[in-house]
Design a protein around this ligand. Structure first.
Ligand code: ADP
Ligand code: TRP
Length: 327
């Protein structure tokens, strides 16, 4: 199977990105042909400083490598290294009904958050469709918030295939129910844009402060509590064994347990889960040249696939290029 996913380098990654998406990306690489990329053109809708965009892109690549992405097998690349994607986005725009994009909730959410309602933001799902379709991807592992974007991609692929012949694979989203929406410290979905995230590589006093700041209700120590609506429990559940999770649920319901206790255990679990990756992350930071080599090689491998698919697309729409481009 061909697996593809992207992450915007629009901020430092958080544990919502890890449990919602990256852990699946890493698990799927062993048995499949996987392509993962930094969605740099998508990030351009929010990150306007060129140095910041470059630095964040490199940081996301280092995160992937520190977490165990195998660059000998999996293709890790930057979106801009495959310029054919933006060409395909235009071609797909011409089969995309306005209504499909007008219904997209992420555009409305972003505008409500105060982002400038420009065309890039509106056309964002078309570029995402191009990302996915240009590699003939079968499966797209993402968090729940991306579900609608994958549905839009499926619609666009079907429209194109009906019009021009069966070129594109209609992909499936892969969303794990247990990690589909990881809550942030304020109880809303964890997101870079809400400032409620717990950083994947946060440690020491900063991490402790973050965990202790998780919002809980005002129930007293002795009161029985509902685990399933409690952020510390929902986060703990991502890392604790099923037995331990059941024990905490029991203690919540019985009463006599304060939130401080569960936060303390959550902190330990975060340390246990992420500290093994920290040394590797520091090592990569000292060797940006290596990361750059990985990305250049990944870009080349991704582009080779995209190039072939685009030749078929151009042929199908009646616009083949009349000379061989110097790739
Ligand atoms: P953010 O909302 O922080 O900007 P991105 O949009 O860059 O995150 O998301 C990158 C990947 O991580 C996507 O597949 C997305 O669905 C997933 N993801 C982000 N936040 C969460 C979350 N809170 N819970 C589950 N998955 C998430
Ligand atoms: N829109 C995705 C996000 O915000 C990032 C993304 C861009 C993506 N292109 C993609 C995800 C293609 C999966 C497949 O998280």
């Amino acid at each position: 199977m061909r697996i593809l996913s992207g992450i915007q380098p629009s901020g430092r990654l958080h544990i919502g990105n890890y449990f919602g998406a990256m852990r699946q990306h890493l698990a799927l690489q062993a048995e499949n042909e996987a392509y993962y990329f930094m969605a740099t053109y998508h990030a351009l809708t929010t990150v306007k400083d060129p140095d910041e965009l470059r630095a964040l892109t490199l940081a996301v690549a280092m995160d992937y490598l520190a977490l165990g992405l195998d660059p000998g097998k999996t293709v890790l690349f930057r979106q801009q290294d495959v310029p054919e994607t933006t060409e395909l986005a235009w071609i797909l725009s011409c089969v995309t009904p306005m209504g499909l994009l007008e219904r997209a909730t992420s555009y409305k959410d972003k505008v409500a958050q105060g982002l400038m309602p420009n065309h890039g933001l509106f056309a964002y799902p078309v570029l995402q469709a191009a990302d996915i379709l240009i590699y003939l991807s079968d499966i797209v592992p993402v968090g729940q918030d991306q579900k609608q974007h994958i549905e839009i991609t499926r619609d666009i692929a079907t429209k194109f295939n009906n019009q021009y012949g069966e070129i594109f694979v209609v992909p499936d989203a892969y969303i794990l129910e247990s990690t589909a929406i990881v809550p942030g410290v304020d109880g809303r979905k964890m997101s870079k844009s809400y400032g409620n995230e717990i950083g994947m590589f946060e440690e020491g006093a900063a991490l402790r402060k973050r965990v202790m700041s998780i919002v809980t209700d005002s129930a007293g120590v002795e009161d029985p509590k509902d685990p399933e609506t409690s952020t510390p429990f929902l986060l703990l559940k991502l890392m604790a064994s099923p037995e331990e999770t059941a024990q905490w649920a029991e203690r919540y319901r019985a009463g006599g347990m304060g939130y401080g206790e569960v936060k303390q255990r959550l902190l330990e679990l975060l340390e246990e889960t992420f500290s093994p990756f920290r040394e590797k992350r520091r090592q990569l930071e000292r060797d940006p040249g290596y990361v750059e080599d990985v990305l250049r090689d990944g870009g080349r491998r991704a582009r080779a696939v995209a190039h072939q698919v685009m030749e078929r697309v151009r042929e199908a729409i009646g616009l083949p290029i009349s000379y061989t481009p110097p790739v």
